[in-house]
Design a protein around this ligand. Sequence first.
Ligand SMILES: [Zn+2]
Length: 107
Amino acid sequence: MTKSCTLCSTPRDILIRCQIDDTQKWHFVCPGSCWKSVSGGVEDAKGFEGKYPHYKYGGMWKDRSADGPISAKKPRKVKERQKEEMKKREEGKAESQEEGSVKEDSE
Ligand SMILES: [Zn+2]
């Protein structure tokens, strides 16, 4: 499920939750241009207190069904698996080479 940016109504998988005005209502804005327009592109609007006095960062909203966290874990798993396979291959290679040469000689 995507959520729409409260500023431009674009449905997104990731939005930044923040307060941007004196209503203290939590808005969900695009992490790109919309968020920059309300925060100056700084997470806590540090240095922009005068320009964005009502801005308050409330974290990131992520679509849970999107594969963000899963794809983040993938590379490590693949790396570990490759490492193991390589180890096996190295061990197996030594054995199979010996076996192979013995068989060839006997035939
Ligand atoms: Zn937007």
